[in-house]
Design a protein around this ligand. Sequence first.
Ligand code: ADP
Ligand code: MG
Length: 272
Amino acid sequence: MRTHKSTGLDAGTAAGSAKPAALELRDVHMVYRGAVPVHSLRGVNLTLARGESAAVVGPSGSGKSTLLHLAAGLDRPTGGQVRIAGASLAGLSDAALSGLRARHVGVVFQQFFLMERLTAVENVAAGLLYRGTRSSIRITAAHQALKTVGLAHRASHRAAELSGGERQRVAIARALVGRPTLILADEPTGNLDSANGARVMELLHRLHEAGAALLVITHDRDIAAAMPRRVEVRDGLIISDSRAAIARNTGEAANTQNTQDTVNAENTGRHQ
Ligand code: ADP
Ligand code: MG
């Protein structure tokens, strides 16, 4: 299969490493067609290494959610290249794209997007539907994921019966149950009070520490400040990227590990 990690797809691959970047956007454009076409992204370049984390900031309407949709493989760009875990979306059928998403991507939205009439554990198990996993295994994994987010005791409650903070933790469990390469979150704390927001961010950071790359869109200055890398979007373009300032050489991917080591060393205190 084209999406297999060992296919040698080289985009974003560090020298000597077989693993491509978790996410790579090259000159990505997105035009929403309609009576008045909207050029939502106008040439975006972004690489997120395996296990790297970054915040995406920028004013409303600047293209952040569009970027996340493309990074999740929920949409295809109208120009340029999107690669998820080394696989270019351009060459994939819709079915293969669903498979790629199921294997590599977990998404968390501001509005949670749970299936209201299903229980928490059923919602989480749905995160494995497109992986072809057997039902009994899906349910076992879903219970485990709910335990991870501290909601084992809510497993058989319907989503409609849960609080906002609990819903977002169920959504995180659904995102993590497939052990994705890449976790994408669009304003994950936007509908939560500060205590629940902090808990959600702590869970996302924990996932990141377990090895997933993490991209979080946020309006929250404190959340953005706590991330090792900040990418600023305006009018469909990235106008600043704090990693570009750190990585001095053009051998960007090769520098990633060093950058990440520095970041990890800086952050060691924070997560303990
Ligand atoms: P942000 O998340 O930064 O607020 P968005 O990516 O949602 O920005 O939107 C960027 C631009 O694209 C806006 O002008 C928005 O109106 C437009 N847009 C977003 N989604 C669609 C869509 N599905 N159809 C048409 N226009 C869209
Ligand atoms: Mg948005």
